[in-house]
Design a protein around this ligand. Structure first.
Ligand code: NAP
Length: 280
């Protein structure tokens, strides 16, 4: 489909942004749905994101996904913020309305929960405590999403304890900071790696999965590689696993709908991304 004056433009902003998989996903969905739209990547300078985004007011483009390191800036510059973005303390989606307003949302939590639904059918986020490793933006977003889904307790374990305490302070009494995973596992419904450990094949966080109950589901937000050491150890202990790629695709779907006003078409997005990652 050729680009015309009516083409709806959206994109992703990050720094660096070159390796983002979002353009691949969204443009494949656009082509399959026959929508006159395009999705591009923007890499504004690290200190220049807010000026860049404010310059898009009034619908210059329809919207932006926002990734590291701009998610907190995106939340701060918006005129209207969804409850889930406020709880996450970050926005991964900005919409530029024709009247000049900038709306901020966060679809990472939807992506996370949809990944559990797809790969661990029957998993109930409200049934048991959830252990989250990390206290950065991804961990806070995951904690907020599980709290909104009814989790009775979030157990946060992070190298820098003060950072975990700040997240607990922001999210309230259902979030408990723990020094390590010992004692956190036996009654946990899920364990999530929201640290950067394991990225590009490094060692993941050390967790004694033998201490977890048989129904515990283990999720890794890292998806390069797809089968991280963390997930391999969990699977070897007989636990069900959920991967970070399913979350990535799950957060992109509602973004697509917000930008282009149509559901994502039924193509095999997962195989497409795996081929690009060289893991097909
Ligand atoms: P971030 O804000 O930089 O936080 C990084 C976290 O990793 C912190 O908790 C940090 O602990 C911990 N960490 C880093 N190096 C460590 C080490 N050597 N030992 C122990 N802990 C260490 O990053 P983020 O934005 O939250 O992202 C976290 C991960 O989630 C990234 O790998 C990102 O790609 C992934 N992610 C995936 C998706 C998806 O769709 N699959 C979405 C969002 C994020 P300290 O606080 O002690 O530094």
């Amino acid at each position: 489909m050729s680009i015309t004056a009516a083409t709806v433009v959206a994109g992703v902003a990050g720094q660096p942004v070159k390796h983002s998989l979002s353009p691949l996903l969204h443009n494949a969905w656009l082509a399959a749905a026959g929508i006159d739209g395009v999705y591009v990547a923007f890499g504004p300078p690290a200190a220049g994101f807010s000026a860049f985004a404010r310059g898009l007011r009034g619908g210059t483009i329809r919207g932006l996904n926002v990734t590291v390191p701009f998610k907190e800036d995106a939340l701060a510059l918006a005129d209207q913020v969804s409850d889930r973005a406020a709880a996450a303390g970050a926005a991964n989606l900005l919409l530029f309305e024709a009247d000049g307003a900038i709306l901020a949302d966060n679809t990472d939590g939807v992506g996370l929960l949809s990944a559990f639904a797809a790969q661990a059918p029957g998993f109930d986020p409200a049934a048991a405590p959830v252990v989250i490793l990390g206290a950065g933006g991804a961990a806070r977003g995951a904690a907020a999403a599980f709290l909104m889904a009814g989790a009775p307790e979030i157990r946060l374990v992070n190298r820098t304890v003060e950072r975990a305490e700040a997240v607990a302070q922001a999210l309230g009494p259902r979030v408990r900071v723990m020094p390590d995973t010992r004692g956190a596992l036996p009654d946990a419904g899920a364990v999530i790696n929201a640290t950067t450990l394991g990225l590009n094949g490094g060692a993941g966080p050390e967790v004694d999965f033998a201490a977890a109950g048989a129904g515990c589901v283990v999720m890794d937000m890292v998806y390069k590689p797809l089968e991280t050491a963390f997930l391999q150890h969990a699977a070897a202990a007989g636990l069900r696993t959920v991967d970070g790629l399913e979350m990535l695709i799950g957060q992109a779907r509602p973004s697509f709908e917000a930008f282009y006003g149509a559901p994502t078409p039924a193509i095999d997005a997962r195989s497409l991304v795996l081929k690009t990652l060289g893991q097909a």
